[in-house]
Design a protein. Structure first.
Length: 280
C-alpha cells in the first residue's frame, strides 16, 4: 500500500526517467503507414519519424487511451490498496482526462485522484517530477493533490516551432494570420495558455528566439528549487545552444534534458526547442 503517481505519455518522459521516478504511464497511440505505435521513442525510429514528418512521407494520426486502458491500471492499484494520483494532459487539448474520469467511475474506488494539469509535454513533466518528490518525502495523496493544484498556474512551457503547419493540421491552433510562418527561417514562439498551444510571437532565426525566451524568463522567473526541463524535437544541437545562451546570461539552472515524443511531435513538428519550469 502506498501512493502511486500515474500520468499519460504526453508528458514525454524518457524510458530512463520513468524508471527513475517510478511513474506509471498510460500511452496514447500514434498511427502511420498502417501501423499503430504506443507513444514513445526508441533510438532506432526517432530519426525516421521526424524525417518522415519533414518530407511528408509520414502523416501520423494520434489517439487517446480508452477508458479500459485506465481501468486496468486503476483496478490493479485498487486491489493493492494504493492511493492513485493521476496527473494528465490538459482537458482543453485532449479527451484523455475524460477517459480517466470514466475509468474512475467504473472502478468505483474513492482513492483515485484526477488532476487536470492544463499542460502537456514537458509542462506536464515538471508537475510529475514535483509530485514524485512529494511522494518520496512521504506526502500522502491528498497533500500531493493540494500542492500540485496550487502550482499548476505557475507552470511555464514555452517553445519555438519551425512551422505552424503541424499545429494547424492537427487543429491545435486556430489559423493565426499574424503568425503565418512560411518565410525562410522564421520561428513561431508558442506558449501554453488556457491549456492550449498558443502562438505568441514570430521572429527570424533561433538566436532571436532565444532572446525572446530570455525576455519572457526575466518577467516570469523560474523557481530554481523546482524541476526545469530543456527539450527538443530532433534538434538537440539548438537545445544545447539555448542552454549555453542562458549560461552566458548568468542563468545556470539545474536542468533535466528530454525529447518531445511522437504524439506531441506530430503536432509541434520537427525542429522544436522548448523550456518548461515553475515560476517563483
Amino acid at each position: 500500500m502506498g501512493t502511486v503517481i500515474i500520468t499519460d505519455s504526453t508528458c514525454d518522459l524518457t524510458a530512463e526517467t520513468k524508471q527513475q521516478l517510478g511513474v506509471v504511464v498510460v500511452p496514447l497511440t500514434v498511427s502511420y503507414n498502417d501501423v499503430n505505435y504506443n507513444d514513445g521513442f526508441n533510438e532506432a525510429d526517432k530519426k525516421h519519424f521526424f524525417d518522415g514528418l519533414r518530407n511528408g512521407k509520414i502523416v501520423p494520426v494520434t489517439s487517446q487511451p480508452s477508458p479500459d486502458e485506465f481501468l486496468s491500471v486503476f483496478n490493479r492499484n485498487k486491489e493493492s490498496g494504493n492511493e492513485v494520483v493521476y496527473i494528465g494532459i490538459s482537458s482543453n487539448s485532449s479527451g484523455t482526462l475524460q477517459a480517466a474520469k470514466v475509468a474512475k467511475n467504473l472502478c468505483g474506488y474513492d482513492k483515485i485522484h484526477i488532476i487536470d494539469s492544463m499542460q502537456l509535454s514537458h509542462g506536464l513533466e515538471v508537475l510529475i517530477r514535483f509530485a514524485c518528490s512529494l511522494r518520496d518525502k512521504g506526502k500522502g495523496a491528498s497533500e500531493i493533490v493540494r500542492e500540485i493544484s496550487e502550482i499548476i498556474p505557475k507552470v511555464r512551457f514555452l517553445s519555438y516551432v519551425d512551422s505552424l503547419k503541424f499545429l494547424k493540421k492537427g487543429g491545435r491552433v486556430e489559423r493565426y494570420s499574424a503568425f503565418d510562418d512560411g518565410r525562410l527561417n522564421m520561428k513561431t514562439l508558442v506558449s501554453m495558455i488556457n491549456g492550449r498551444f498558443t502562438p505568441v510571437g514570430v521572429c527570424r532565426g533561433s538566436q532571436i528566439a532565444f532572446e525572446k525566451f530570455y525576455e519572457y524568463i526575466g518577467k516570469h522567473q523560474p523557481d530554481e528549487n523546482m524541476p526545469m526541463v530543456l527539450t527538443n524535437a530532433d534538434n538537440k544541437e539548438n537545445m544545447m545552444k539555448f542552454k549555453d545562451f542562458l549560461s552566458e546570461k548568468g542563468m545556470n539552472f539545474n536542468y533535466s534534458f528530454s525529447e518531445i515524443g511522437q504524439v506531441i511531435g506530430t503536432h509541434m513538428g520537427p525542429g522544436t526547442v522548448g523550456f518548461a519550469y515553475i515560476e517563483k
